[in-house]
Design a protein around this ligand. Structure first.
Ligand SMILES: Nc1ncnc2c1ncn2[C@@H]1O[C@H](COP(=O)(O)OP(=O)(O)OP(=O)(O)O)[C@@H](O)[C@H]1O
Ligand SMILES: Nc1nc2c(c(=O)[nH]1)N=C(CO)CN2
Length: 167
């Protein structure tokens, strides 16, 4: 078994279409998809707002490296140009967790080290897995509660948008 939590982000071009390309591209492996959230940028703040979402994927045939490659292929298909760290991008697919795998390989850090501070990951993840835990960090709900309200307020649901339909 290999079950992964993927964080999706876009702040350039047709943001919704880029996020949908992940759900469409991973097909039957997708077992849960969060709603879509409009989020203020963290890290580099002089860039457009992001759309963010989280999906859970499950495929016995893929290990954690395969999930990383799948995400990178989808980023390439979205025409992503790798520029500055934390800068704008058509599509970012981060591997948040894969089962209980821990990795300190810089090519694939697991769990993704930015997760505890990122309301743009924690809020959509909790929407689809309210009891989720982050290996080595405990309950995701507790991580979110530990963030300042000002940080949580940067993540706003967009109820009219969905990654599951293409119209
Ligand atoms: N868990 C992970 N998920 C995705 N990429 C990872 C992960 N751990 C390490 N990487 C590596 O990170 C490198 C750079 O990723 P990227 O350009 O998307 O960083 P970033 O999105 O700007 O910053 P961040 O990773 O903090 O969100 C990739 O080459 C990839 O190999
Ligand atoms: N709100 C938000 N901010 C970001 C995001 C993101 O997905 N959402 N991704 C970044 C690049 O890693 C930099 N900043």
């Amino acid at each position: 078994m290999s079950r992964a939590v993927l964080s999706l982000g876009s702040n350039l071009g047709d943001r919704l279409a880029y996020l949908r390309s992940v759900v469409d591209g991973l097909g039957d492996a997708v077992v849960a998809v969060s709603g879509v959230y409009e989020t203020e940028p963290w890290g580099v703040t002089d860039q457009p707002d992001f759309l963010n979402a989280v999906c859970v994927v499950d495929d016995a045939g893929r290990d954690h490296w395969a999930w990383l490659r799948a995400g990178q292929e989808l980023e390439r298909a979205a025409g992503r140009v790798r520029e500055r760290r934390w800068g704008p991008r058509t599509l970012d697919v981060d591997v948040v967790t894969v089962d209980d795998v821990r990795s300190d390989d810089p090519e694939l850090l697991l769990p993704h080290p930015g997760t505890p501070e990122r309301a743009s990951v924690l809020i959509p993840w909790l929407e689809i897995e309210p009891d989720a835990t982050l290996p080595g960090h405990g309950p995701v709900a507790a991580l979110l509660s530990a963030l300042p309200e000002s940080e949580r307020a940067t993540v706003r649901p967009r109820p009219g948008l969905s990654l599951r339909q293409s119209t």
